[in-house]
Design a protein. Structure first.
Length: 147
């Protein structure tokens, strides 16, 4: 299915973004990637890195002209990744969805459920995704990037 199909199903609504909004979201990503390396628990490092990845997917969705409806917003934002960057990113969307579930467990149910290696893996993934999102923006929506 396409983003347009998702919108027809009521899962997305139109959204007009601008350079300032994208700049602000990228600043959150930079902050979160730095904070995810701080000396807090692996659970919190993971949650912060997850937030960075979520913001990157949000940027992709906003730049594509959509925002998710409130119901399942994180899930839809993450699952839009391969619809925007291509089907080669299907596994990445699945990985991020598994991270979403693990982050929820660490946030709401069980302390200490994230290992240091899991937190590092997600940080590295988010850093790589940041590069890919910025490259995609430069190619498809250069007007949304600061000079």
């Amino acid at each position: 299915m396409s983003l347009e199909g998702w919108a027809k199903n009521g899962w997305l609504r139109p959204h007009q973004t601008n350079r300032q909004q994208v700049t602000d979201l990228l600043a959150i990503v930079v902050r979160d990637l730095a904070d995810a390396r701080s000396s807090v628990s692996s659970d919190w490092q993971f949650g912060i890195a997850y937030n960075a990845a979520l913001k990157l997917c949000t940027i992709l969705l906003y730049a594509s002209g959509y925002r998710p409806e409130k119901n399942l917003a994180h899930y839809r934002t993450l699952q839009a990744l391969p619809l925007i960057l291509g089907s080669s990113r299907n596994d990445d969307a699945d990985y991020l969805d598994a991270c979403r579930a693990k982050r929820n467990t660490a946030e709401y149910d069980v302390a200490g459920c994230v290992t240091e290696s899991e937190a590092e893996e997600l940080r590295a993934f988010a850093e790589s995704l940041r590069d890919d999102v910025c490259s995609w923006l430069a190619e498809h929506h250069p007007n949304l990037l600061k000079n």
